[in-house]
Every structure is written in C-alpha cells, then in structure tokens.
Ligand binder design. Structure first.
Ligand SMILES: Nc1ncnc2c1ncn2[C@@H]1O[C@H](COP(=O)(O)OP(=O)(O)OP(=O)(O)O)[C@@H](O)[C@H]1O
Ligand SMILES: [Mg+2]
Length: 226
C-alpha cells in the first residue's frame, strides 16, 4: 500500500474520544489507534505502535517508513510539551544543509489527521530503522564489548566523549558508524549533535537502516530541570 492509502485508513479508523478530552499523550494515542491497529490486523497489515516519552510511531512491518506523532500534553500549568517531531524535521533540514543528513533517518511533516474538518493529529514521515536494542540483546552487547581489546575500547570511548551528546552512544554502534562512513565522518557528526543539543542517544534511539547506522530519535529531550 502507498503511504497515502495507509494514512487514509488511519484517519478513517481513529477514535478521537480521548484525544478530544486530554490531548495527545501515550494513553490517548493508544486508545485512538486501537481500532486502527485492529482494522490493519483484520486486513493482514502488520503494524505496531511504538511509544516513548514525547512521541509515538506507527511502525509498518512491510514499509520502509514510519508515521510519527508528537505528544502535546501540558508539562506544567499552561506549558505545552514542545512538538518533538517538528524539532526532528527541523534538525533534519539543518543536517541536509550541513551535509550530515546521511547519519539521520529522514524526517518531514506529512499531514494532519482531521476530525470534523479540524486538524487534530499532526503526522510526520520518517525512514524506518531497526533500533539497536532490537538487533542486539543486552547479553550480546556485553559479549561484543568483552571481545574488544582494552585499547580499542579506549579509542572508541575517547571518540564518543569528545562530544557531550555522543558520550552515551554504544561504542558498538560507533564502530559500525566508523566502518560505514569512515573515520573522518565522526567529528562532523559529533559537532552537529552538540550544536543541536541532541542528547539521550541510548540504544533505543539509534539503529540501522539495512547496514547504514542512523539516529532516528534526535529531538533530544529536556526534562524540567535542564
Ligand atoms: N524511524 C523509526 N523506525 C522504527 N521505529 C521507530 C522509529 N521512530 C520511532 N520508532 C519507535 O517508536 C518509539 C518512540 O519514538 P522516539 O524514540 O522517537 O520517541 P521518544 O518519545 O522521543 O522516545 P524517548 O523515550 O527515547 O525519548 C521508539 O522507541 C521506536 O520503538
Ligand atoms: Mg526514543
């Protein structure tokens, strides 16, 4: 199916009851998309709803993209959560300008899911990736780490800690990044990450598109204290 056909089904099957009452959050988006997921299942379209702190994603097994939805709840009185998908789309555009877009899953605004003619749920398009924590279990991760020499580990840790934002990255993923893009790619990547204050690069936010290492959650996250 095309992305447009899938989108139209989503729009038709969404239940807006809880969204109308409490905005877009993990609970209301799960409730809104329950009939969507049920319908897709009945017609043999494999899809799951991934959620995080600031976004949800409809991940289609047989497509090379996901639809992402930003949450919009009030973080404190009168203060709305930023649209973290819009931030991603903006950073992707910046990455294109800086020539570092290959390292990020492509993201752009797609459309609004409308209800009674109103634009209710913004939907973003993003290239689908396989998160690192799905391709490699924690056990495999530590085995891989153990197999690296101390020197190799130190070299990779030194690389990641040159940049505040990349210091949490899995060195296994960093090794793949260097193998794929070359040694010289890392400084441009790290600099972009830091200039955009992208943090939170844990194993559930980076991964691969085929063998291409990418970051797919790059909006960063500001908790109330920072
Ligand atoms: N491009 C993608 N390809 C595959 N799955 C994705 C993609 N983008 C998001 N997901 C799934 O949706 C989940 C939520 O998306 P994302 O990580 O962007 O949201 P978040 O709220 O910023 O997460 P976090 O809790 O890390 O702050 C992911 O953990 C992942 O399971
Ligand atoms: Mg995430």
């Amino acid at each position: 199916m095309t992305s447009r056909e899938l989108f139209e089904i989503i729009e038709k099957k969404t239940d807006f009851t809880d969204i109308t009452e409490e905005g877009i959050n993990e609970y209301s988006i799960c409730s809104a998309f329950a009939p969507v997921l049920e319908y897709f299942k009945s017609i043999g379209v494999h899809v799951y709803l991934g959620t995080g702190v600031s976004k949800a994603a409809l991940v289609f097994a047989d497509e090379d993209f996901v639809f992402k939805i930003p949450f919009d709840y009030e973080v404190s009185e009168g203060i709305e959560l930023d649209d973290y998908c819009a931030i991603e789309a903006e950073y992707y555009h910046d990455a294109e300008i800086d020539g570092v877009d290959a390292y990020f899953a492509k993201t752009y605004f797609y459309d609004f899911i409308r209800h009674d003619g109103h634009k209710v749920i913004p939907v973003y398009y993003q290239e689908k990736a396989t998160p690192l924590d799905e391709t490699q279990s924690i056990g495999e991760y530590y085995a891989e780490m153990d197999s690296l020499s101390t020197e190799k580990k130190q070299e990779l840790f030194a690389k990641t800690s040159n940049y505040w934002g990349t210091s949490r990255l899995s060195i296994f993923w960093v090794q793949k990044f260097i193998d794929y893009y070359g040694e010289d790619a890392y400084p441009a990547f790290g600099t972009f990450i830091d200039n955009h204050s992208i943090n939170d690069l844990h194993r559930g936010n980076v991964g691969f598109i085929g063998d291409r290492p990418v970051v797919f959650d790059y909006s960063g996250y500001e908790d109330g204290d920072s």
